[in-house]
Design a protein around this ligand. Sequence first.
Ligand code: URA
Length: 207
Amino acid sequence: RQVNEAEAPSEADIASPEDARAAISGCRRCGLYEHATQAVFGEGPQDADIVFVGEQPGDQEDLQGRPFVGPAGQLFDEALVKVGINRERVYVTNAVKHFKFTPRGKRRIHQKPDGGEVSACRFWLDLERSFLKPRITVALGATAAHSLFGKTVTISKSRGQPITDDKGDVLFVTNHPSYLLRIPDKAAAAVEREKFEADLAAIRDYV
Ligand code: URA
């Protein structure tokens, strides 16, 4: 997956999703490239109806170069199966394409990207969406929602319903699967998981 940067098109020459995927390996729009293993671009069919946008790659995603393949991705996959959305028919990406972390011993602890990193990376998210032209884009969590709406969005108030933005694009908002994994109380986690699946079911029914 590593691209020879000398052969990658410059950002100004990007004319296709393949160009974008190649060019992002040389991205210096923010400082996160310095410590991450690689940029993790979105994945899925170019004619997908639905684009899911997470926050940023996690540890596993950073190593494998693919979005949502770690624990959050597993929960996401299970929820998709449960509501009958085929992951192979959707496009999955992130608001920020490089993993941000602090080392702790042998572990790398996820750090939330800041506003500057999210807005620097919006270039790539906008590009992906301009190529894909999906019917709906789904923000998984507050970081993605902030990137997509350009402002803070309260998930509890906006979730599970189509929202048309200034450009006429239809967006949905729901929680991030990592959030569900972090709820310590089992009963509370089960309730939140049901809400997440209900949001996915609303998305399935809309498309
Ligand atoms: N969390 C995200 O937001 N994206 C991933 O790709 C994995 C975990």
